[in-house]
Write a protein that binds this ligand. Structure first.
Ligand SMILES: NCC(=O)CCC(=O)O
Ligand SMILES: [Mg+2]
Length: 354
C-alpha cells in the first residue's frame, strides 16, 4: 500500500534571500535549551552526573581449579578465576582504582547439599580466596554475599521443608556463614537471600564476635527476576535450581514494598542498601534514594551485562557506549555506586580519559 505524503507547510511561492528566510522563520524564543549543548566544553560544564571509577564494585567468579580461568558461556568476556588469578585480578582492579570487589563461588556439585553445609566450612573456596586477596591486596574492599544458593543441592537461598523455604532456620545458617566470611577478612557482608530478619541477626552476631567494623550492604530490594539467568550459569545453579524464588524475592510489579524492605533493613542495621536488578528498576533506585538519603547501590546483573554484550558482539550496539550510558543512568537515578561486570573495562576507559 502506498502512503499518502502529507505536505506540512505550503510550498514557498517564490524564492527569498537567506536573511529574510531566517528572520521570517525565527520563533523569537527567549529560552533555547540547545545553547548549552552547542560545544563539548559547554556540555561538560553543565553536566549533572559524572561516572567515576570510585562508583564501581566488580563482581567476579571463583572456581577451585588448577586452571587460571574458565569461560562462562552465557557471559562472554567474563571468566571464572582460580584463587591465584583472582588475587592477580584484585591487584589489577586496585591499580585501576576500583574500590571494591564482590567474589562469588562456583561450588563443586559434590559439595552441595540440602542444608548448605559447605557454606560454613572456614576452608571453603570463598574463605580461602578472601584470605589470599586480603593478604596480597589489602587496599581493596571485599564484599561477600551471605547466600546459600551456591551451596544448596536445590539452588535456593534458604533451607527447605518440602516445598517451603524456612525463614528462621535459613537465617541461623546465613549468620554463621557471615561469621566465617568476616573471620576470613570480608570487609562487607551482603545478605542476598531476602529472608526476613537476617540483617539484625547478622549484625548482632558480627558485633558479638569482635566484627563491629564489618559493614552490611543489604540486598534490600531484590526482585524475582529473569535477568539473573547468566549468573546461574556462572555459579552452576541453573542446573540445580528447583522451582523459582518468588516466595522470598520481590514481585517485579511492586514499588511501595521496596520502601518497606529498605526501611526494615536500615532499622536492623544495614550500612548500605542495594536494589537489584538495575536498569529495569531505576524508578526504585530513585525512590529509595529520595526517601532514605542513605548509601544506595544498584546491581547491573548478569542478564543486563549479557544483553549489552550480545548486541555488541552482533554489531547491533556500540557496546562501550551502551555500557557507559547505562552506568551513567544509574548515577542519574541516584545510585552511589554500581556492581557491574564491566567494572575493569569502565575503569580502563575512564583512566584513558574518555
Ligand atoms: N547474589 C548475586 C546475584 O544473584 C547476582 C545476579 C546476577 O548477576 O544476575
Ligand atoms: Mg527484607
Amino acid at each position: 500500500m502506498a502512503f499518502r505524503v502529507v505536505q506540512p507547510f505550503p510550498a514557498p511561492q517564490a524564492r527569498q534571500d537567506e536573511a529574510s528566510v531566517q528572520r521570517a522563520d525565527s520563533l523569537g524564543l527567549t529560552r533555547r535549551m540547545r545553547r548549552n549543548r552547542k560545544a563539548d566544553w559547554s556540555r561538560r560544564l553543565v553536566r549533572e552526573t559524572v561516572l567515576t571509577t570510585n562508583d564501581l564494585i566488580w563482581p567476579l567468579f571463583l572456581i577451585d581449579s588448577s586452571q587460571a580461568r574458565s569461560a562462562i558461556a552465557w557471559m562472554p568476556g567474563v571468566d571464572r578465576l582460580n584463587i591465584e588469578e583472582a588475587v592477580r585480578q584484585a591487584a589489577h582492579a586496585a591499580s585501576l582504582g576500583i574500590p571494591a570487589i564482590a567474589p562469588f563461588p562456583f561450588v563443586e556439585k559434590s559439595l552441595r547439599d540440602a542444608t548448605a553445609t559447605e557454606a560454613l566450612n572456614t576452608r571453603n573456596l570463598m574463605c580461602r580466596a578472601v584470605r589470599a586477596i586480603k593478604a596480597e591486596v589489602p587496599q581493596i574492599g571485599i564484599i561477600c554475599d551471605a547466600a546459600l544458593d551456591p551451596y544448596t543441592s536445590h539452588g535456593h537461598d534458604g533451607v527447605m521443608e518440602g516445598e517451603r523455604i524456612l525463614n528462621d532456620a535459613s537465617v541461623h545458617i546465613l549468620t554463621q556463614q557471615a561469621l566465617a566470611l568476616a573471620d576470613a577478612g570480608a570487609d562487607v557482608i551482603a545478605p542476598s537471600d531476602m529472608m526476613d530478619g537476617r540483617v539484625a541477626a547478622i549484625r548482632a552476631a558480627l558485633d558479638a564476635s569482635g566484627h563491629e567494623e564489618v559493614q552490611i550492604m543489604a540486598y534490600a530490594a531484590k526482585y524475582a527476576s529473569a535477568y539473573y539467568g547468566p549468573f546461574r550459569d556462572a555459579i552452576g545453579t541453573n542446573a540445580t535450581l528447583i522451582g523459582d524464588k518468588r516466595t522470598y524475592q520481590m514481585d517485579p510489579a511492586n514499588s511501595d514494598e521496596a520502601i518497606a524492605e529498605v526501611a526494615l533493613d536500615l532499622e536492623e542495621g544495614a550500612d548500605m542498601v542495594m536494589i537489584k536488578p538495575g536498569l529495569p528498576y531505576l524508578d526504585i533506585i530513585a525512590r529509595v534514594k529520595d526517601h532514605f538519603r542513605v548509601p544506595t547501590f544498584a546491581y547491573q546483573v548478569s542478564g543486563e551485562y549479557a544483553m549489552i554484550m550480545a548486541a555488541s558482539l552482533n554489531g547491533w550496539l556500540d557496546g562501550d557506549k551502551a555500557m557507559l550510558e547505562s552506568l551513567t543512568a544509574f548515577k542519574r537515578a541516584g545510585a552511589d555506586g554500581v556492581l557491574t561486570y564491566f567494572a575493569p573495562r569502565v575503569a580502563e576507559i575512564l583512566r584513558a580519559g574518555a
